[in-house]
Write a protein that binds this ligand. Structure first.
Ligand code: SF4
Length: 436
């Protein structure tokens, strides 16, 4: 059996003799093989420490982008439940925390509500909003409660040459911890030198201390032809790229080998998801059909396209809801939430799209009557007020909507950089239109 006792000694030493006895540990957990091995070794090390000395809290942080592969979500949820129950039973100071993106940053709100194009490697707007920000919020919260925190990551040099280079770049010889870009945060990567062969050997031989076996994890990897999508905590983490357990909507990779692998291995119910993903690629790669010529800033240029047209956004929503209708019944999986739909409707009103309403699309597909009228009413009143105020210059309605949308986008990004320039561009465009 593979002996990892040297790692356990190191972890025990770090836990007991750290210069700051109260800073908590935050273990990034994605449910994949690397973070599973990391947690397992941390857990086994902790068990070897006298209960009275186990005073440092260990948070297991798992982020859900809300567009994770649904098959993997089910598996991770089951694992997290087991971890929390077992930690309580075994009296370990382990607490499971799950993070999600802010509603206005959700993939569907950005894509269908605001018309962001499906991401590619040059415009990967999603990673920060769906992954980095939610986890960063939690890390900051723990730092503000405790002064400092140590983040444990399951990064391994053997996983890819990119990761090996990244580990080497950040490593400080002779030191276990390295500084994280966030103030008072440190990073610890105890399993960085474990090879992939050793990792599988260990997981195949040693059952998880939270109960059960690693059989399902091994089968998922086998069926999904997949690598890991680790907890992403900063921009230095490579893209979730290539084969990975990541978002099922991901268009940054050309082929979603993990979803294809699962479908080929009997999870045919995922085919509608693969079709939606392929449609997103089509909308992104053929902007002349699916996107506006004019950008939100008002700029029109030959090689830069604006947001998705309204018809494109409606089409994407229809496809999601049609897939949801089938999958909800057979698998109990929701692809888009009610709150997301309400916010999408809000953005449509803001963009002056009044012809089609989200609730109408939903009701037609589900043959039901969900009621968004409370929300509709508020936006209609706002719109009426605006129209009244711009009675003499009706063109101003669109201008004001655009300026509001610009302000809102930049505010939510917490970066107002460029806002003034965008407003100037939009106003210049307006003046040009007035003159012509
Ligand atoms: S997996 Fe793809 S869609 Fe999800 S955050 Fe990463 S790059 Fe974006």
């Amino acid at each position: 059996m593979l002996n990892l006792s040297h790692l356990e000694h190191e972890i025990i030493d770090q836990y007991l003799y750290d210069e700051n006895p109260s800073r908590p540990w935050i273990v990034g957990f994605s449910g994949g093989k690397d973070s599973t091995l990391l947690l397992q070794i941390v857990w086994n090390s902790l068990k070897k420490i006298e209960p009275a000395l186990r005073t440092r809290s260990i948070y297991i942080v798992c982020n859900d982008t809300l567009v994770e592969n649904p098959r993997i979500v089910k598996f991770i949820q089951k694992t997290l439940d087991k971890i929390q129950v077992a930690a309580l039973d075994q009296e370990l100071p382990i607490i499971v925390e799950q993070t999600i993106p802010k509603l206005n940053d959700s993939f569907w709100v950005r894509l269908i509500g605001l018309g962001y194009p499906a991401p590619n490697k040059f415009y990967r707007w999603c990673t920060e909003r769906l992954k980095i920000n939610p986890t960063t919020r939690l890390i900051k919260e723990k730092i503000s409660e405790n002064g400092e925190a140590i983040i444990l990551l399951g990064t391994r040099s053997d996983e890819s040459s990119n990761r090996a280079a990244s580990i080497k770049r950040h490593e400080v010889k002779g030191q276990r911890l390295r500084k994280h870009p966030l103030p008072n945060a440190y990073v610890y990567t105890p399993i960085k030198d474990i090879s992939t062969n050793e990792l599988w050997q260990y997981l195949n031989q040693v059952p998880p201390p939270w109960g059960g076996t690693h059989k399902e994890l091994v089968t998922l990897y086998r069926n999904a032809n997949s690598g890991d999508c680790p907890l992403v905590i900063d921009d230095s983490t490579p893209s979730c790229g290539n084969s990975r357990f990541g978002c099922w909507v991901c268009t940054v990779v050309n082929k979603d080998k993990s979803m294809e692998g699962l479908i080929d291995n009997g999870e045919e119910w995922m085919q509608p998801l693969a079709d939606i993903r392929n449609f997103l690629i089509e909308t992104r790669d053929n902007p002349e059909v699916w996107r506006e010529k004019r950008r939100r800033s008002g700029e029109i240029s030959d090689n830069l396209w604006g947001p998705y047209k309204f018809e494109t956004r409606v089409e994407i929503l229809k496809r999601i809801l049609k897939a949801q209708k089938v999958i909800e019944q057979t698998e109990g999986i929701e692809l888009i939430t009610h709150q997301e739909m309400v916010l999408i409707q809000y953005h449509w009103f803001r963009d002056c799209f009044f012809k089609t309403k989200v609730s109408d699309i939903y009701n037609r597909i589900f043959k039901t009557q969900i009621d968004m009228s409370k929300h509709d009413e508020k936006f209609k009143q706002e719109e009426e007020l605006l129209k009244k105020s711009c009675k003499e210059e009706p063109k101003d309605v669109q201008l004001i909507q655009d300026l509001l949308a610009l302000q809102k986008t930049k505010t939510l990004m917490i970066k107002k950089r460029g806002l003034q320039a965008d407003i100037d561009n939009r106003l210049n465009q307006y003046l040009k239109e007035l003159k012509s």
